[in-house]
Design a protein around this ligand. Structure first.
Ligand code: URA
Length: 290
């Protein structure tokens, strides 16, 4: 093995060590082969998926969430589905006494993927480390990169309004992203970037163990659920993620481009509020207008 390869291998092993990964083999076949029940798609879902596609958001082909077997009924939209994460590395074991500080320290001044080259700051996450609700976005944008905080740009302002409309304060929830560094020109994070950074997100969520996780946009939902299903098919539905309830909904940036989708996001958020026993702080109980 030449010196360059050896150095690369050493860096990779150090990275696994940071992630507290001891096992490098995992049999994913059984999960991949398990068909998930079909989720009925309405024409509105289709229109939204098409709108999302035309807005330049990636919609990949479904992977293991295949059509329901013939003769079996489609699953009710409210039925929790269980999809196991496949697209991210998973810590083989729970990290003993893991903390957010330890995760941040393990990330360090990260150069593990190419995103480090153009970032100004690592955007780790922000909010209540004991939050009942965690919101997961895709990756920092320009303003987030400048401030080192998640969701502080235009989409962030809308997200704050959404949180407040739910009867919560921003500081009561935890907000983070799949990737911690801004992708150049706000492009969608690439697979290798997500699989490099994703384990840190997993550790954050495992430490916080919120009651509910809301994935903002298809990138976060697909990364955590390990599915290629488009947002139009999975939004507003509950999934199990490591014993926590996870609900995907549209990204606030999508809402800025498609204000008509605010109504359905508000429906999704009302499900979250019901789970948390919250009443909207808004007198009208209406969706945030932004
Ligand atoms: N979009 C995201 O997905 N995350 C942020 O932090 C900001 C915008």
């Amino acid at each position: 093995m030449n010196e360059k390869t050896l150095a690369k291998l050493e860096a990779r092993l150090r990275y696994y060590e940071d992630l507290h990964l001891g096992l490098f083999y995992r049999n994913r076949t059984a999960v991949a082969a398990a068909p998930a029940p079909e989720i009925p798609i309405s024409s509105r879902d289709r229109a939204e998926a098409a709108a999302e596609r035309s807005a330049g958001k990636e919609i990949s082909t479904p992977t293991h969430a295949a059509a329901h077997p013939p003769g079996q009924p489609a699953v009710e939209p409210s039925t929790p589905l269980t999809l196991s994460a496949q697209s991210l590395f998973e810590p083989a074991e729970r990290v003993e006494n893991d903390t957010l500080d330890r995760i941040r320290a393990d990330i360090g001044d990260c150069t593990r993927c190419k995103l480090h080259k153009s970032r100004s700051r690592i955007v780790f996450g922000d909010g209540n480390p004991h939050a009942e609700l965690a919101l997961v976005g895709e990756g920092p944008g320009e303003e987030e990169d400048r401030q080192g905080l998640p969701f502080v740009g235009r989409a962030g302002k809308l997200l704050t309004q959404m949180i407040e409309a739910m009867g919560l304060e921003r500081k009561q929830v935890y907000i983070c992203n799949v990737v911690k560094c801004r992708p150049p020109s706000n492009r969608t994070p690439e697979k290798d970037e997500m699989s490099t950074c994703g384990p840190f997100l997993e550790r954050q969520l495992m430490v916080i163990r919120p009651k509910l996780i809301v994935c903002l946009g298809s990138v976060a939902a697909q990364a955590l659920l390990g599915t290629g299903e488009p947002m139009g098919r999975i939004r507003g539905k509950w999934f199990d993620w490591r014993g926590m309830k996870l609900l995907p909904t549209y990204h606030p940036a999508y809402l800025l481009r498609n204000p008509n989708a605010k109504g359905i996001v508000w429906e999704d958020l009302q499900k979250v509020m019901a789970e948390l026993g919250l009443k909207s702080s808004r007198k009208t109980g209406r969706k945030p207008s932004a």
